[in-house]
Design a protein around this ligand. Structure first.
Ligand SMILES: NC(=O)c1ccc[n+]([C@@H]2O[C@H](COP(=O)([O-])OP(=O)(O)OC[C@H]3O[C@@H](n4cnc5c(N)ncnc54)[C@H](O)[C@@H]3O)[C@@H](O)[C@H]2O)c1
Length: 325
């Protein structure tokens, strides 16, 4: 099947392209390379364009006639969203308006969308089920929630089939080291801890060490990007068979603390992770981890590489090559 992968030059999108190609599908990447990389587009053509520009995204549909779409393009850096909310609303929400208009125009009705656990905000109950109230506490989460609402509206009115996958913390890299996490501005814990271990960019900041958790640091649900890719393939298959839309968590159901991540990075790399214990960050919940029942029931999804040591090992393998260590 031919799949248009919007944002396919980025971290998660490039791993999905690889997984699509490995099972015989044809990924077509549509990307403006604002944070993605041309060198990560290896499994099909790159259409360089901005999804917010209706004529550009429509041209990609006309040129390649994809049967389905996966949408990853977004501004993702939470702090930037607070400083520049309009840029987030324009790209994260406006980009989807433009994409859905083009899909309607050409009659393409299947979309897998990158949503996020940030749409829940600070959860009342754990593990987090899809029925938890969605009350995001930042601009990033609010733009993603707005898109979920838009997808439901368009599905109701026009029959769009969609999967809104609410990822927890995407992490790791392709086990062969071919692609990995290369955000221009990195805010994610594992690459930052690896960078600190490698002696690049100074020490790691640990935000909060007095939480009500076993070691006092925050707990998050890390999902290996290769497992995330299989969830996308399963969601696509679901949409081929079912004329409906759904939202679903994609996580492991298990959390690791910041302390555990640091210990694992030290074990895998053989280097110490220099770090400083800092104040808590406003709005960081002490624990976040997914209830995975629905992803299991709907998609038969079971993570295979998401134990912390495998995640860190794969990420280190990629970064070691990139940093020539
Ligand atoms: N990384 C995570 O842990 C995580 C967690 C939850 C959800 N998500 C979501 O997953 C998606 C992918 O995240 P990522 O970490 O791969 O980010 P990324 O920045 O690596 O990838 C985004 C890609 O989209 C492209 N892009 C951005 N705006 C565009 C536009 N207007 N037109 C065309 N291309 C555009 C970028 O160039 C980049 O290649 C995002 O939507 C993000 O919100 C990520």
């Amino acid at each position: 099947m031919r799949v248009l992968v919007v944002g396919g030059a980025g971290y998660i999108g490039s791993h999905i392209c690889k997984a699509l190609a490995e099972r015989g599908d044809e990924p077509i990447v549509f990307d403006n390379l604002s944070t993605g990389h041309e060198h990560a587009v290896m499994w099909g053509p790159l259409f360089r364009g901005d999804v917010c520009q209706k004529t550009e995204i429509l041209q990609a549909f006309i040129d390649y006639q994809p049967e389905a779409v996966m949408h990853f393009a977004a501004n993702i850096e939470v702090g930037e969203g607070e400083r520049e909310p309009l840029a987030f609303w324009e790209n994260n929400v406006g980009g989807v308006v433009s994409l859905l208009s083009a899909m309607e125009h050409v009659g393409c009705d299947k979309l897998v969308f990158s949503s996020t656990c940030a749409t829940y905000g600070v959860p009342e109950t754990l593990p987090l089920t899809e029925n938890e109230p969605q009350a995001p506490i930042n601009v990033y989460g609010r733009t993603k929630l707005a898109v979920e609402r838009m997808l439901a509206d368009v599905s109701r009115a026009k029959g769009l089939r969609y999967a809104a996958l609410r990822y927890f913390n995407a992490s790791g890299a392709s086990p062969d080291g071919e692609i990995g996490e290369e955000h221009p501005v990195e805010t994610h814990l594992i690459p930052l801890a690896l960078r600190a271990a490698a002696g690049l960019g100074g020490g790691l900041k640990v935000f909060g060490s007095d939480y009500d958790t076993p070691d006092g640091t925050c707990i998050r649900d890390y999902i290996h990007v290769v497992d995330l890719a299989s969830a996308h393939l399963a969601a696509l298959d679901f949409l081929l068979e079912n004329n409906s839309g759904f939202a679903c968590n994609v996580g492991t159901g298990h959390g690791y603390s910041v302390r555990e991540v640091i210990d694992t990075v030290e074990k895998v790399t053989g280097y110490k992770v220099p770090h400083a214990l800092c104040d808590r960050r406003a709005g960081d919940p002490p624990r976040l981890f997914a209830d995975v029942t629905l992803s299991h029931e709907l998609l038969a999804f079971k993570p295979k590489r998401s134990d912390l040591e495998t995640i860190v090992r794969d990420a280190w393998n990629f970064h070691k090559q990139k940093w020539s260590i």
